[in-house]
Each structure stands twice: as C-alpha cells, then as structure tokens.
Design a protein around this ligand. Structure first.
Ligand code: 13P
Ligand code: SF4
Length: 376
C-alpha cells in the first residue's frame, strides 16, 4: 500500500477544507461586490479584512489594510476588538495571525487551499532530522532562522531553539540578530532570500552551503558545513525563480534608463543584475515615490505589478520583468466568491475555513514571531 506523504499544512488542514457551495459559483462581479459590501457593513467592527499585495483587485479592494507579510502581522495586534480577522493571503500568513491574535478572535482564510509551495518545502520532521544530523556532525552554535513563509511547526522549532522568524523586510537585521547569538545560521526554507541577504551583508558565497533535506546529512561533508556561516535550506519560490538575467538584459536594451527592482526571493544572479530589491511594500514605496517620468521593470507577482502600472500611469511606466507575468496560483485561489461565502457565513453565525494553530505549537511560534516583530 502506498502511504501518502503529507506536508505539515496538509496534516493540519486536509480534513477541514470545505468546498465552495454551488450557490456561490457563477455570480456576477456586480452582485458579489454588492453582497460583500453588505456583509462587511453588517459585521462592522467585529470584522477586519487584511489583504496581501498579491491578491486580485476584486478581493483587495475590500481589504481594510494591505501590506507585506511584516506589515500585515503588525496589523493583527492593532485590532483586538475584531472578533473575525479575514486574511486574504496564504496559509502561513493566516497561521501567524492566529498565533498573534487573542483567544477571543477567529482567523479565517477564505480558501484553505491557498497555501505556499515554498512553505511546503520545509517539513518539521525533516527539520528535526537536520538538527540531529548537525549534532552528529559536531556542528554547534547554530541559530535557526525561518522565513515567515513556513508552517507554524517550523516557526515553533525556531522559537524553541533560540531562533527567530524573519520576513523579506527585516531579513538583514534578523541575520545580524542571529549572528550575535551563534556562529552559524540555518536559514529556511528559501535558499534565495537567505543567500541574497547574507551576500549583501558581506558573506562570500563559499561560506554558504545548501542543505538538501532529501539527502543524507543534507548532501554535505561535515567539513563544508563547519566552514559555513549560513546553511541554506533547499527551498525556493516557483514564482520568483522564473525571473532571469536575460529578461533584465532585454528590458535594459528596450528601455534605456529603466530601473529594475525585484523581490529578494529571486536567484542570486538576478539579484546581481537588478538595481534594487525589497519586500512587496518596499517595491511599492520605491516605485510610487520615484520621480515623474521614471520607467521601472518589476520582478514580482503580476497582480501587484499590474495594479502599480495602472495606479501610476501616465506619470510613471511600470513593466513586468517577465513579459508573460508571474502569477502566484495559490494567492489567486482567494476569489471574491470565497470572500463572499465566508463573510455571509459570519453574518449568519457560521465560521468557515478558520485557521487554528495547534495549542502545542502556539507558545514557541509566538516567541519566534514576537522576536521577528521586535527586529526591523
Ligand atoms: P512580502 O512579505 O514581501 O510581501 O512577501 C511575501 C511573499 O510571499 C513573497 O513571495
Ligand atoms: Fe509562496 Fe512564492 Fe506565492 Fe510568495 S509568491 S506566496 S513565496 S509561492
């Protein structure tokens, strides 16, 4: 018999996933807009909607607050009166909100299938094994740092082992924080964010190794690990690794004077070829505050890029670095239909798609997230 391998996410939520009822399919945009607005009005201050910048226009227009992962995590504690926090984003964001919210609050992800493929690349069983392998190799003084794009179980591990969570907006400050506490960092799950950030802080590439969780001892020799200042978990974002140096060369040839700005989940080579990089919030700020007449090529998710292009035209020209656009298909799962269904459920006293981090993970996840929020 084949035993299916489940990710931490699936183990926690596979049984809770409720399909969208048929009555919420095939509605017109106009009807959904009117009904979502009505449900919001009915719920009033009992509800706050948080929206990540990658959400579709039809969804994000209903967000009370938009932001990158860091800013949205900060928003949670600013709304202690909201009984319901509807998180239009992906699962790891809703989990973090659940941990940071009060016991009287419910965090809802409109579609529980909105995961993150990168977060799924680090499983807590693999991390336990990695940690014991490192001990067997005699590697000590390791501080685990996890990108917020990870399951709560990974965050809890980091909290319990003297580590921390970071986001793309405070990754550099977090690595400095970690090096004040240990000689080496185990950075997971995004090797690219880890490599790009450490390199910008002056760590040469030959002092970083990639830990492959599917290989014995990470596929590494103990001596190589001993020499490393950063061990990068072998994970990546399938959206951001699609950007290439060739695309940057092409856009520079076609638009002389263009500025190229990318998210730090891109590969190291793309990062070197770009002019600037930062979190989604940083990208929006940099482009919006640039001089009139500026031309930008942006290397991040297409909904953010298209929205910026529309909002800033005709004063600034905003292009997607990938001419076909890179879509995050899991962010896209949160549809206005799902938002409507969950909100009307709340009006009727029914909570659909609540995200709850298991009690045994809550304490240490909170420790790791509180450390994250204290570093900027
Ligand atoms: P930000 O925190 O920069 O918004 O990034 C979240 C993310 O998932 C990027 O892929
Ligand atoms: Fe995850 Fe990449 Fe989507 Fe961000 S863009 S949510 S890292 S899959």
């Amino acid at each position: 018999m084949l035993i299916p391998l489940l990710t931490d996410y699936e183990k926690a939520h596979i049984t809770e996933r409720q399909p969208l009822p048929d009555t919420y399919l095939g509605l017109s945009d106009e009807e959904m807009d009117v009904r979502i607005a009505a449900a919001k009005r009915a719920l009033g201050r009992r509800l706050v909607i948080l929206g990540h910048h990658y959400q579709r226009d039809e969804v994000i227009k209903f967000a009370d607050h938009t932001g990158d992962s860091f800013k949205l995590a900060q928003q949670v504690s600013k709304h202690p009166d909201a009984e319901f926090i509807v998180f239009c984003g992906v699962h790891f964001m809703a989990e973090s909100a659940d941990v940071l919210s009060g016991g009287h609050q419910h965090v809802i992800l409109p579609d529980l299938a909105a995961g993150c493929s990168m977060a799924d690349m680090a499983d807590s069983d693999q991390l336990d094994l990695c940690w014991s392998d490192l001990q067997q190799m005699g590697i000590t003084s390791v501080v685990p740092v996890t990108y917020i794009n990870s399951a709560a179980a990974i965050k809890a591990f980091c909290g319990e082992h003297g580590g921390v969570v970071c986001t793309s907006s405070n990754a550099a400050a977090t690595l400095k924080w970690a090096w004040e506490r240990g000689e080496r960092i185990l950075f997971l799950p995004d090797q690219h964010l880890g490599r790009n950030t450490a390199y910008r802080l002056g760590v040469p590439l030959d002092q970083m190794v990639v830990w492959d969780p599917n290989e014995i001892w990470g596929g590494l020799e103990p001596d190589a690990v001993r020499r490393a200042r950063v061990m990068l978990w072998k994970g990546h974002c399938s959206v951001h690794t699609r950007f290439t140096v060739r695309q940057i060369e092409n856009v520079r040839a076609q638009h002389p004077g263009v500025r190229v700005i990318v998210h730090p989940e891109v590969t190291w080579e793309v990062m070197q070829a770009a002019d600037d990089c930062g979190s989604t919030e940083y990208i929006i700020k940099s482009v919006t505050q640039s001089p009139v007449g500026s031309v930008w090529a942006v290397g991040t998710e297409i909904h953010l890029v298209n929205r910026l292009a529309r909002q800033l035209q005709p004063d600034r020209t905003i292009l997607s670095l990938d001419q076909f656009g890179c879509l995050c298909s899991t962010m896209f799962r949160v549809s206005p239909n799902h938002l409507l269904w969950t909100l009307e459920g709340l009006v009727d006293g029914v909570v659909h798609n609540r995200v709850v981090v298991p009690d045994e993970q809550k304490h240490w996840t909170r420790v790791a997230l509180d450390r994250m929020l204290s570093i900027s």
